[in-house]
Design a protein around this ligand. Sequence first.
Ligand SMILES: [Zn+2]
Length: 160
Amino acid sequence: MEYKVGIGYDIHRLVAGRKLFLGGVEIPYPKGLLGHSDGDALMHALCDALLGALALGDIGEHFPDTDPQYKGAAGSRLLKQVKAMVDKSGYTINNVDIVIIAQEPGLTPFKQQMKENICGLLDITRERANIKAKTNEGLDAAGNKEAIATYALVSLVKGG
Ligand SMILES: [Zn+2]
């Protein structure tokens, strides 16, 4: 296969008393994402997209939320481990596209830093990564500010 494509999705509940991490950026907000790890839905969706492209299952299989070593784990740490799997596969990352769905907080000021973090962790140039942030028009859990969701799509190319 010359190309492989993978999709990832993740959603975490917004709760008081947690720091909010998205794309490895700590975002000032009264609530954060609930989870066994740091709840970074962007990093988790991206890990799942990469695992999907590699046909290696999902993030829950590799980093079980029952495993104490992943308690509070930074999303960047998980992404680094998945990147090592990409490196072993003989494929390289062609591009990454991400959609964050959050009614609040506004994410525009943080998108550039998220992109820097992702490009750094995946060792790709800036034109290979894109992050979009949308509200959910007040609809459903993300629209009601109860959660933040993320979709990620990646393509891999053989060799490189
Ligand atoms: Zn997650």
